[in-house]
Design a protein around this ligand. Structure first.
Ligand code: ATP
Ligand code: MG
Length: 439
């Protein structure tokens, strides 16, 4: 993509409405634009990041055996009346009436709808286990939408729902999601801590929140420092094997949210030098809630003895849009965003220091074509702007690599390669710079 043609409305001033760094940087880099309180449009740069995050989430859900569906954003109130949540959900639910006077709502979550889909199609224990997920916009009329897309009213969530014949089956599904979540966040360059959590309004009795460390986070985090050394991607995780022992090992390391934290137990279980007491951002949440919805909505299957029993369910959410902000909170410096490779909107920023110089322009065009030919995503700054502006914009948007081409270097047959993370710069021949960027 040529920056001269790209829609990337950057802002120089610090937006006054933004209290935290990710919100400021997303506005300044032209990733998002507020439409109304807690509701945002995603502009090209932000949209690319959102899609990259979504794709990692999707791949790890699929790997665990879950199947993707797509349910609507607008739901009928009827099912919510049956589950008892239509009144219980309160003012966070956006209620709508259609032209026939029917009560509708913009879904804040999908337990009722997926349970209804399941019950009309599945009759026997032979048809379970199943895990069905979708990645869809949700609406929650938050009292205080804030921090940009981190606590929005409309936000993109991955929600998965598991169906099993009994608790043991449901626990297996829960464990798969537990591992899938650790893998998902690790692939995004994040260290997510699974913390025992309260089950809250969704109800149930087994629940973990996945929290990434960031000083601006809304949750308090207490855990054993060893957790941060686990390398989940380095382990060969087989979803067909019993994951219980693996998870037991992780959960043995004290990790609690505010409500579950017991300072006396923390001090007893975790040596002082290993105590992590920080703040963090909730990026995912998994629940087992048994038959809470299958009973009232009549999602029954025949067990091997021929009896009709309600299915055991769990639900598993990831804040896909929140992650875009959370990753920035975890990875930035004074000059801007530092995208981890896996979610970066482009891999390389190609900077032409002197767009008016024919030799520079020719070299850049060639590099641009070569990189694109190799399937590498490049943002080519071909604008007729001062070098300082180009450097500042490139640092702001945080692409992993910057390839800098100027007339003086070219005379010596050299270009400069800069790593955004850490800022190391190298003068290299064009060929060796290119080979560093090629897969
Ligand atoms: P929170 O405690 O942050 O309000 P929650 O517990 O209400 O979140 P869940 O119902 O567990 O949220 O939703 C699953 C995930 O969706 C959360 O882990 C979070 O990452 C994301 N999420 C929830 N509410 C919002 C929001 N208002 N804006 C953006 N993402 C959200
Ligand atoms: Mg939650």
């Amino acid at each position: 993509m040529r920056l001269s043609a790209y829609f990337m409305p950057t802002i120089k001033e610090t937006p006054s409405e933004a209290q935290i760094v990710s919100h400021r940087l997303m506005l300044r880099s032209g990733m998002i634009r507020q439409a109304s309180a807690g509701i945002y449009s995603w502009l090209p740069l932000g949209f690319r990041v959102l899609k990259n995050i979504e794709q990692i989430v999707r791949e790890e859900q699929d790997r665990s055996g879950a199947q993707e569906v797509l349910m609507p954003t607008i739901q009928s109130a009827d099912l919510w009346r049956q589950s008892g949540r239509y009144d219980a959900y309160g003012p966070e639910m956006l209620r709508i009436e259609d032209r026939h006077g029917r009560d509708m709502l913009y879904g804040p979550t999908n337990e009722e709808l997926i349970t209804d889909i399941f019950k009309t199609s599945v009759k026997s224990y032979r048809d379970v286990p199943k895990m069905l997920y979708h990645i869809q916009w949700k609406f929650r009329d938050e009292v205080r939408p804030r921090f940009g897309i981190m606590r929005g009213r409309e936000f993109l969530m991955k929600d998965n729902y598991s169906f099993d014949i009994d608790y043991e089956g449901a626990k297996r599904a829960y464990n798969k999601m537990f591992v899938a979540y650790l893998r998902t966040f690790a692939r995004m360059g994040l260290k997510a801590i699974p913390m025992e959590a309260d089950t809250g309004p969704i109800g149930g009795n087994l629940s973990h929140e996945f929290i990434i460390l960031a000083d601006t986070g809304e949750s308090a985090v207490y855990c054993h420092g060893d957790f941060l050394d686990f390398d989940v991607l380095g382990q060969d995780m087989d979803y067909e094997q019993d994951l219980e022992p693996v998870i037991a090992e992780w959960t043995a390391l004290y990790a609690r949210t505010d409500e579950k934290h017991d300072p006396a137990v923390f001090e007893k279980e975790v040596p002082e030098c290993n105590r992590v007491e920080r703040r963090g951002i909730e990026v995912g949440h998994i629940f087992y809630f048994g038959t809470k919805y299958s009973e009232p909505l009549g999602a029954l299957v025949a067990n091997p003895a021929g009896e009709q029993v309600p299915v055991h369910m769990g639900s598993y959410g990831i804040g896909v849009s929140r992650l875009a902000g959370a990753i920035i909170e975890a990875s930035h410096d004074d000059n801007g965003i530092i995208w981890p490779e896996a979610v970066a909107p482009f891999h390389v920023g190609l900077i032409n220091l002197k767009a008016a110089d024919p030799a520079c322009a020719k070299a850049c065009e060639d590099i641009y074509a070569t990189l694109r030919g190799a399937g590498i995503e490049v943002l080519y700054d071909d604008r007729d702007e001062r070098a300082g502006t180009k450097f500042a914009d490139m640092d702001l948007i945080g692409l992993p690599w910057q390839l800098i081409v100027g007339p003086r270097g070219l005379e010596k047959g050299q270009v400069e390669l800069k790593r955004r993370q850490g800022g190391a710069r190298e003068e290299l021949s064009l060929d060796s710079a290119l080979s560093k960027l090629m897969p």
